[in-house]
Design a protein around this ligand. Structure first.
Ligand SMILES: O=P(O)(O)OC[C@@H](O)[C@@H](O)c1c[nH]c2ccccc12
Length: 271
């Protein structure tokens, strides 16, 4: 069974909602990313989105754009580097299901065959490719299903009649975007969000998770009532950004990781 399916089954039995952090791999460097993934697990994360830094992150707000810039300022961070970090985290004992998060271009450049041959051996359970629409994903979807790796689709409040088609093919979970626009912490969400989530829920038996703008425990709890998972990216990436100076000095790295752990523990309700 795919690790994402197993995680959602366990969460259902425990009556819990998945906390799914997103982090940009390579921010501030590849070695520290392995430490951060371990920290996320210690903090109560249930699976993690491993972001491939990208030079032109169209759907990303300023916080994640800066994280990509920091990662890429250390020299190239390739798709292979990110997959290697996942493998190192697994070797270090991290059990979390890994969801590789990349724009489509780096995967195309890498080559679909070569890409799946690599990720099958490295314990990647899911894929999120925000700029690959349902209408263009047939080849990649077939290869993902063949590899038992879940291609996780995004649906937005503006998806309307496409929601049913997208949700019907969804594997792993349906990523419900809480608001229009780019990623980033928000005080309020799309006005029709509750109806939107109810629509997605009624369109599929696949778990649904909500992301975009979620930054505190109260918002996590609000969405836990309607969704099986909650995704938090920018708020965690912003915390990483705050402690980068601590992370970059051996003498204070542990303190920096502890601050990340505390922040994520509060989100997970363990804090
Ligand atoms: O950052 P936020 O507002 O917490 O949203 C999660 C988001 O960062 C993550 O899932 C993500 C990062 N880049 C993206 C691009 C498109 C959609 C989603 C994403």
């Amino acid at each position: 069974m795919n690790a994402i399916d197993a995680a959602f089954q366990r969460l259902r039995e425990e009556g819990r909602t998945a906390l799914i952090p997103f982090v940009t791999i390579g921010d501030p460097d590849l070695t520290t990313s392995v430490d951060i993934i371990q920290t996320l697990e210690q903090a109560g994360a249930d699976m993690v989105e491993l972001g491939v830094p990208y030079s032109d992150p169209l759907a990303d707000g300023p916080v994640i754009q800066r994280a990509s810039e920091r990662a890429l300022s250390n020299g190239r961070v390739t798709l292979a580097d990110v997959i290697e970090v996942a493998d190192q985290a697994r070797t270090a004992g991290v059990k979390l299901p890994f969801i590789l998060f990349s724009y489509y271009n780096p995967i195309l450049q890498f080559g679909l065959e070569r890409f799946f041959d690599l990720i099958i051996t490295k314990g990647i359970s899911g894929l999120i490719i925000p700029d690959l629409p349902l209408e263009e994903d047939a080849e990649l979807r077939a290869m993902a299903e063949n590899a038992d790796i879940h291609l996780i689709p995004l649906v937005a409040p503006t998806s309307n009649d496409r929601v049913t088609r997208i949700a019907a093919k969804a594997r792993g979970f349906v990523y419900c975007v809480s608001s229009l626009g780019v990623t980033g912490v928000r005080a309020d969400f799309h006005k029709g969000i509750d109806e939107f989530l109810a629509t997605v829920r009624s369109a599929t038996t696949t778990p649904i998770a909500v992301g975009f703008g979620i930054s505190n425990r109260e918002q996590v709890e609000r969405f836990s009532k309607q969704a099986d998972g909650v995704i938090v990216g920018s708020a965690i990436v912003r915390k990483i950004e705050e402690v980068v100076p601590l992370l970059q000095s051996p003498a204070t790295k542990k303190d920096g990781l502890e601050q990340i752990r505390q922040f994520v523990s509060e989100l997970s309700g363990r804090g």
